[in-house]
Design a protein around this ligand. Structure first.
Ligand SMILES: N[C@@H](CCC(=O)N[C@@H](CS)C(=O)NCC(=O)O)C(=O)O
Length: 239
């Protein structure tokens, strides 16, 4: 049994999609339903970075104590290796799949994440330079993906892999940052193909329309502080 500490965001959905694809027995735990606090010392024993997602495998390969994994990319690799699926054992293919996974983790995630932040949550009016910088960089990465998917069925090559699971949830929400997926036909072809997979539909249930629409989301002072402000920073500075 794997406990998955989860939040319904693109990083969270990568892992729920992977768990569904790989047929692993798991339990999704959310802060609201299960009462954990990512800013607590207890949670930092699972994820020292105090973020979601994170997993605890109660039946790790080789046995022994339950094993915790944080960072969505590391979780995808761990699950792929545990189940022997969606990550090739051929050196070249595996490297290509990992290159596109790392590209997502180091590029698409942070850049689209910051673009989402400035479009949705930054105290208004957002800094125009920050808004432009992150939106343009996010868009540049979409061009890179579109070109890649013109020459290759999937991001990691001929086979669907954890590289696709990592990028798909982010490309599902691009209109929030005013990038229309329909303007990128090769990316769109791949997107629809992945969207049709039953495991993807189970791991990423249809999102409420408000999550897919552009627009500022006002947060009350406490939610803002816990997510982005003083409460979050104070908790992360504490021993
Ligand atoms: N690089 C990390 C990013 C983790 C991250 O920033 N998670 C966000 C959600 S996407 C988070 O935990 N935010 C605080 C919260 O949701 O309460 C990963 O891919 O796992």
């Amino acid at each position: 049994m794997i406990n998955c500490y989860w939040v319904n965001t693109p990083n969270g959905r990568k892992v729920s999609i992977a768990l569904e694809e790989m047929g692993v027995e798991y339990r999704l735990l959310t802060a609201a339903k299960d009462g954990f606090d990512i800013l607590s010392r207890d949670f930092r024993r699972i994820n020292p970075n105090a973020k979601l997602p994170a997993i605890v495998d109660h039946d790790p390969p080789g046995g022994g104590e339950p094993f915790a994994v944080f960072e969505s990319g590391a979780i995808l690799i761990y699950l792929a290796e545990k189940t022997g699926s969606f990550l090739s054992t051929d050196t070249r293919i595996r490297s290509t799949q990992l290159q596109w996974l790392m590209w997502q983790m180091a590029g698409v995630g942070p850049m689209h994440g910051q673009a989402h932040h400035f479009h949705r949550y930054a105290p208004r009016p957002p800094d125009p330079y920050a808004l432009e910088r992150y939106t343009r960089e996010a868009e540049r990465l979409v061009y890179v993906a579109n070109r890649r998917l013109r020459e290759s069925p999937y991001l990691g090559g001929d086979e669907y892999s954890i590289a696709d699971m990592a990028s798909w949830p982010w490309f599902n929400q691009m209109n929030v940052i005013h990038i229309a997926r329909e303007d990128f036909p090769d990316l769109n072809r791949w997107f629809e193909q992945v969207a049709a997979r039953p495991a993807v539909q189970r791991g990423c249930p249809r999102l409420p329309t408000r999550m897919l629409e552009p627009g500022f989301v006002p947060l009350d002072a406490e939610s803002f502080s816990r997510g982005f402000g003083d409460i979050m920073h104070r908790a992360n500075r504490a021993d």
